[in-house]
Design a protein around this ligand. Structure first.
Ligand code: FAD
Ligand code: SF4
Length: 517
């Protein structure tokens, strides 16, 4: 008997770890002259220190995707991290594989990160093979669409872009083209404190045993942090699981999503958030199918308009908007530090060991689950970082490493722009900072804290309070002409000199010993 010779290969097609989109047109037809290449490389595990769950979940999903492609009849070359032929660099592996298969053409989907986009196109230009880049067929906008729409404006307001998206995709519109319910924005109906009912839905996500993968990563010496949860990790690794998560969210959480979108609750870390960001960002789910499902729930009377509008805004609005900012402003965007903040991150960012209960809860949860919801990221961790003048680049690396959904195109504008205002206010019309009053209003984090949210100075005073006033005092030259901050500066001016001096002194002393707070 003769062994079958491998069919001759004409083209290699690279599938990156965040391009696991089974509906992509590449996969609609089996072509024996095409080999799909997926690879686990140190280049990707090591560009920043990652949460263990992030590395495990991406590799597990890639392995699942390779199996799915093979089952569909496609030829697949999967390069495992510990395979002896692995050169640990995407482009070096591609060059070696092209040689090995005798391919004359290499194709890849548009990468979402500037880093990979540049690496691949520089490589393409420097080698003799024919190469082409195709659309990833995931987003609702092209990379340059936001810039084309907003280029002439001083401020690139999300609200303006969002209405454009609603019209363009016919989302939640009346027959005459107006917004359903007569308003574009239901934010004022949302943002309630959660009273403890309805109960947080039980965690609907699948369980996976990834111990073998985790052991392989350890053997290979891949560095990581956070809880690997290798014996029962809860992130979906394929489209079927992601769709089940979407179903569960639409049924059990969407009806309350709007009401408690901004709430904080010590015993309900997830509340009514979707936990879909990982499945969306690695492209197991398409943003349009997700928002259409939410829209259908409203049409069927199973979720209120305020909740559905709030959810659609996050995906068709914010998600596409930050991507547009990223592509319009990279690569310079990554190095912005408009407020000149340079303080290193306190050690407790890596352990959660701080007496500030809000930060202890949000960071511990992030270390355990690789997830925190938006208000924990923005108004607890990001808020403190901005008030304490932490280095935005160090913070960016922390966010990029810790969260399961963190890919630079979405993480960087959120961290550097929205949260830290390091871009000089391109995204945020005013800084997202607050004193303890906001955190106390939005949930129960302050209950049982070692600090008192009502005190401004003194040993037990909540650090957010003095740091809040100190932030505006310090940045008055840049911020005091912002009309949205007029009330804050009026309040500051109304205080007597002694009060202002006491706040300044207390804040300076807090900033001296951030590690011990
Ligand atoms: P839900 O609250 O259920 O929201 C639904 C979906 O809307 C999310 O899955 C996400 O796809 C999208 N979304 C919501 N808010 C945003 C936003 N501001 N920007 C982009 N998409 C949004 N999101 C990421 O996907 N990756 C990141 O690395 C990331 N880093 C962030 C860093 C900071 C400092 C802040 C303030 C926010 C960040 N976000 C990031 C946005 C948001 O916090 C997460 O998308 C959300 O918490 C994910 O959980 P969820 O799927 O339960 O979201
Ligand atoms: Fe956080 Fe201050 Fe409340 Fe403590 S008192 S939980 S530090 S806001």
């Amino acid at each position: 008997m003769h062994a079958h010779a491998e069919p001759s290969t004409h083209t290699l097609r690279l599938v990156l770890g965040d391009q696991l989109h089974p509906g992509h047109r590449w996969f609609s037809r089996v072509d024996p002259a095409v080999v799909y290449v997926l690879m686990e490389v140190r280049q990707e595990t090591d560009y920043v220190l990652h949460h263990a769950q992030k590395i495990i979940a991406i590799f597990a999903a890639m392995r699942d995707f390779a199996r799915h492609l093979r089952a569909g009849g496609h030829r697949v070359r999967y390069v495992a991290l510990d395979h002896p032929s692995n050169r640990q660099s995407i482009t070096e592996n591609l060059a070696a594989l092209a040689d090995r298969y005798g391919a004359c053409r290499v194709e890849w989907q548009q990468p979402d990160e500037w880093r990979l986009d540049t690496q691949l196109s520089d490589w393409g230009a420097s080698q003799p093979l024919d190469w082409a880049v195709v659309d990833s067929e995931h987003f609702l906008t092209q990379r340059d669409e936001l810039a084309a729409l907003m280029g002439h404006r001083k401020q690139w307001l999300m609200e303006h872009f969002y209405r454009h998206m609603r019209r363009r995709w016919h989302l939640l519109l009346d027959a005459d083209g107006g917004p359903q319910g007569g308003r574009w924005n239901f934010d004022s109906d949302n943002r309630k404190r959660w009273p403890g009912t309805p109960p947080e839905p039980t965690d609907w996500r699948p369980r996976h045993d990834h111990r073998a993968l985790w052991q392989m990563l350890q053997r290979a010496g891949v560095r990581s942090f956070g809880d690997p949860q290798a014996d029962a990790m809860r992130w979906p690794v394929n489209r079927t699981e992601a769709l089940a998560c979407l179903d569960a969210f639409i049924t059990h959480a969407l009806p309350h999503f709007g009401d408690y979108e901004d709430a904080l609750a010590a015993d309900a870390p997830r509340l009514f958030h979707s936990l879909l960001s990982f499945a969306l960002n690695v492209k197991m789910l398409h943003p349009l199918e997700v928002v259409r499902r939410a829209e259908a729930a409203y049409a069927a009377g199973r979720a209120p308009l305020a909740a559905v509008e709030g959810f659609v805004r996050q995906i068709a609005g914010w998600r596409e908007y930050v991507r547009g900012i990223y592509w319009a402003r990279m690569p310079d965007y990554a190095s912005h530090n408009a407020l000149n903040h340079e303080t290193p991150l306190p050690d407790w960012f890596w352990s959660g060991n701080t007496r500030m209960r809000c930060l202890h809860l949000a960071i511990t949860q992030s270390l355990q689950t690789a997830h925190a919801h938006h208000i924990q990221r923005l108004m607890v961790i990001g808020n403190f970082a901005l008030l304490a003048r932490l280095d935005p680049q160090a913070l960016h690396r922390w966010y990029l490493g810790i969260y399961i959904d963190a890919f630079e195109w979405v993480e960087l504008p959120n961290t550097l722009g929205m949260s830290q205002r390091a871009d000089g206010g391109l995204i945020a019309t005013k800084p997202y900072v607050s004193s303890a009053a906001y955190l106390r209003r939005m949930g129960d984090y302050c209950q049982g804290c070692a600090y008192d949210p009502m005190q401004k100075t003194g040993a037990r005073a909540c650090p957010f309070n003095a740091l809040y006033w100190d932030f505006f005092d310090h940045h008055a030259p840049t911020l005091q002409d912002n009309p949205r901050l007029a009330i804050v500066f009026r309040q500051w001016q109304k205080m007597d000199d002694a009060q202002r001096e006491a706040l300044r002194a207390h804040a300076a002393q807090l900033r001296e010993r951030l590690d011990t707070l």
